[in-house]
Design a protein around this ligand. Structure first.
Ligand code: ZN
Length: 117
């Protein structure tokens, strides 16, 4: 099975009102995906992306929150808390969500530029 990495984004509840970005939104998204099924979700996602002039690229999310975007060191020890990233060998610090988003973006760009298998 192919894996997809998704970042929690605010979900519009009513026009102009948004839930806070975070685990609750991600849980809601995961529930919506499991209710509708991956095929339906990916079809809707691809349509939305195309209409926004964007591209959907599936990436392997493993270790995207544990890999240092500065030096590449990958370890669970780089995550002292859920929100904090602190690379043990090089000392790079950032919000863990920023690190995860950076690594997911890079993985997607690598896949986009790779020749078809
Ligand atoms: Zn590092």
């Amino acid at each position: 099975m192919r894996h997809y990495g998704f970042l929690p984004r605010p979900i519009p509840r009513t026009p102009g009102a948004f839930l806070p970005n975070g685990a609750g939104a991600k849980t809601g998204l995961n529930r919506a995906i499991s209710d509708a099924g991956w095929g339906v979700f990916l079809t809707i996602l691809a349509d939305k992306a195309e209409s926004a002039g964007r591209e959907v690229i599936a990436v392997d999310p493993r270790n995207t929150s544990r890999k240092c975007p500065e030096c590449g060191h990958t370890s669970a020890e780089n995550r002292p808390t859920q929100a904090k990233f602190h690379c043990v060998p090089c000392g790079h610090t950032a919000h863990a969500d920023t690190v995860g988003a950076t690594n997911v973006l890079r993985a997607g760009l690598v896949r986009r530029e790779a020749p078809p298998a």
